[in-house]
Ligand binder design. Structure first.
Ligand code: ZN
Length: 170
């Protein structure tokens, strides 16, 4: 008998303010698809909670396999903000950051991450649709290996976060 992983349960620590910002990240994921890329979006809020940067996945149009939404956002953020400033920032993303993006977030010094769809939830969709090998390593595992804490909240809005992916990976 094969035991399938339990579907993720929403993280109760995600606040109503977080949910509104995750909905915006999911909307950015829709924009990425309309621009010819994969359905992922991310944004950054500063210490006051204001949105200061947004980024889409651009893997296809940039012909850059590292151009995930969160890594694109980190590139923008570290050009504009100090390490100390980024410690007060929160990165919101439509899907749990992969190991590469989690590493980039760690190196940027961003203090908090909130994600919508978990990586197992994404894998369920990509597997069902027959595409996309994934690098399965929870972001909390990557951050736990770092010498500086990164607060993580998620998953949340699972049904809304699945929507941009359904039918995309087939
Ligand atoms: Zn990534």
């Amino acid at each position: 008998m094969t035991l399938l992983p339990e579907p993720a349960q929403p993280d109760p620590s995600v606040t109503d303010i977080d949910l509104a910002l995750l909905r915006e990240a999911i909307s950015i994921a829709d924009d990425a698809v309309s621009h010819g890329n994969h359905p992922f979006g991310a944004l950054l809020t500063d210490g006051s909670g204001a949105v200061v940067l947004r980024a889409e996945n651009s893997v296809t149009t940039d012909r850059d396999v590292t151009a995930h939404a969160e890594t694109n956002l980190v590139r923008l953020a570290t050009r504009q903000y100090s390490f100390a400033d980024l410690a007060t920032c929160t990165l919101y993303t439509s899907c749990e950051p992969c190991a590469m993006c989690s590493g980039a977030i760690f190196w940027a010094g961003i203090g908090r991450v909130v994600y919508a769809l978990d990586e197992v939830g994404l894998l369920d969709i990509t597997t069902a649709e027959g595409d996309s090998p994934m690098l399965m390593l929870p972001c909390r595992s990557v951050f736990a290996a770092g010498a500086r804490p990164v607060d993580v909240a998620g998953p949340a809005l699972l049904d809304e976060a699945r929507r941009p992916h359904l039918g995309f990976w087939g």
